[in-house]
Design a protein around this ligand. Sequence first.
Ligand SMILES: Nc1ncnc2c1ncn2[C@@H]1O[C@H](COP(=O)(O)OP(=O)(O)OP(=O)(O)O)[C@@H](O)[C@H]1O
Length: 309
Amino acid sequence: MPILALNNVSKSFGNKIAVRDLSFSLQTGEIFGFLGGNGAGKTTSLRMILNIATPDSGKIEFFGKPIQPEHLHNISFLPEERGLYRNMTAIDTLVYFGRLKGLTRNDALQRAKSILNRFGLSAESQKKLTEFSKGMAQKVQIGIALINEPKLLILDEPFSGLDPINQTVLEDEILCAAQNGTTVLFSTHIMQHAERLSQRILILKQGETRFHGTVAEALRSVGNTVMLTTTANPTSIPGITRAECVSQDSSGWNRWAVTLGPEQSPSDLLLYCTQNALPLTAFEQPRPTLHDAFIHIAGNAASPVSKAA
Ligand SMILES: Nc1ncnc2c1ncn2[C@@H]1O[C@H](COP(=O)(O)OP(=O)(O)OP(=O)(O)O)[C@@H](O)[C@H]1O
């Protein structure tokens, strides 16, 4: 049985459809990337999952049932809008939330110390949060989400505001939690995190699901792109759907990004180039990234074959 299942969930604000017919389910221990541009509907969806906002239609179930108060001990949420009791110390804050989530005082204290240590905050454990920087306070808030070792961890933009070292610490925490059986649902604008962490992703655009599948499937959707450095204009080569001159050289050797149609392979293109004596100094096939796939899926519609600038 899935830990969480959404079926055709929709929500509007006035005339604005924030989320339309959202459906997905999460299995134990998986890391699911919930992606979309600004205003795509990610936060609204996460708020509906947590019963903070009510869907207009559709069904959301935890362990096969509508959300119940007892589920809340097994779910943690890092909201996009962070807020803490600033007059408490870091350690007291973590222990307080650990106790609220049902831990004994001793367990809460041990876990709080371990979390502060992992996030490099042991020396600051007795300092009040008023003395903390934004990023340090965010690490405490992430610690609050982790302290009960939840079955489902929901993180809204967890990497924003963290420096690169702490982003890596958080990636490791997410991977470690998943290895221990926690299911992780996280939203992000930073595709590198989603590519490294997620088994499956969902991409929203203006409330609509544009993609739902594995990272490998998303990468395949970009299609084959080949980089050519040539003095010729490749726009008329048969089988290519798009050719964009990405840099020009005064000697006439221009670099082109060429997208191949579904029937065309890079080796077909290379054969065509050699058989037709196309002057070439470079022929590269870059691996697409999730960033490329995201732009392809959630960006503007692909433009037709474009000529050199
Ligand atoms: N309380 C609200 N009242 C009116 N409109 C809202 C409200 N909350 C969200 N919206 C609208 O719903 C849409 C989705 O917003 P949401 O905050 O879910 O997007 P998001 O994907 O989390 O965006 P971002 O990445 O910028 O945080 C937006 O058009 C937003 O203006």
